[in-house]
Design a protein around this ligand. Structure first.
Ligand code: HPA
Length: 262
């Protein structure tokens, strides 16, 4: 890293956001968990920001095969303390239309095969998930959306499914019954791993489609088209949110490990 003494903020970009920053430097970081996706560094309103495309630069890693631990640990090694993630999601709630921005406040984890912790061994660690997403980062996203004149759904429960297939109509009914408002395949275990590293984390989700059962059938082309339309707005909101961050963190994430180890 030639030009940047410390990188505090990162964006983990989801589908359609593979090329967010005009990169000035690309780095590969080795981690005990393998290689993360290529990380680029660029400037956002004079702040150095790391950008990591979750699915790789050419979108060639499916959601259930993303190396979430390497990605998060790689950012941690760079000194990152705050992450804004972007996630394409399907709308389970009837009032959420394609194109809507959503900042989830809670999740239900329906994934099956992912390595969801850095603590497979001692010290046995149980991080608190009373507030799964960082309240300060959520608030920065919600305010930023309002500043740029975008409406935003400021509370939602995300269901994270294993994929890579889409859900069945019966599964979507069940998710609705469980109180979930949006469904995606990539939010977990990212949010949990961030907390285990005491990194602040919030997601700027964008509705790319109505969930199965609410529209005739699901095609990746339709979803990609909506994601493409959302992209400039998502970028604008992220830039505004990054600009608004204060230098100090005053949230639950900072001391997440304090009372979590036996
Ligand atoms: N289901 C799961 N993941 C998704 C969807 C969906 O409808 N849309 C975008 N990611």
């Amino acid at each position: 890293m030639k030009n940047f003494s410390r990188i505090n903020v990162a964006i983990v970009g989801g589908s359609g956001l593979e090329d967010f920053l005009k990169a000035t430097e690309q780095i590969r970081v080795g981690t005990p968990f393998g290689l993360p996706s290529p990380i680029t560094i660029g400037m956002v309103r004079k702040k150095p920001v790391a950008f990591l495309p979750r699915h790789g630069l050419r979108h060639n890693v499916p959601p259930h095969r993303v190396n979430y631990r390497a990605n998060l640990y790689g950012l941690h090694l760079l000194g990152v303390e705050r992450i804004f993630a972007t996630n394409a999601v399907g709308a389970i709630a009837q009032n959420l239309k394609p194109g809507t921005l959503v900042v989830p406040h809670d999740f239900v984890d329906f994934t099956k095969s992912r390595q969801g912790t850095f603590y497979d061994d001692a010290p046995v660690t149980h991080v608190d998930m009373s507030q799964p997403y960082c309240p300060e980062m959520r608030s920065a996203l919600i305010k930023a959306a309002k500043t740029v004149g975008e409406s935003v759904c400021d509370e939602a429960v995300l269901a994270c499914t294993e994929g890579p297939r889409y859900e069945t109509p019966a599964e979507v009914k069940l998710l609705r019954h469980f109180g979930c408002n949006i469904v995606g395949m990539t939010g977990l275990p990212e949010v949990v791993l961030a907390r285990e590293l005491e990194i602040c984390y919030a997601s700027l989700s964008y509705v790319s489609n109505l969930a199965v059962g609410l529209q005739d059938h699901q095609t990746v082309d339709d979803i990609a088209r909506t994601a493409e339309k959302c992209k400039p707005i998502v970028e604008q909101v992220l830039k505004e949110a990054i600009d608004s961050l204060s230098t100090t963190r005053n949230c639950v994430c900072v001391d997440a490990l304090k009372d979590s180890q036996l």
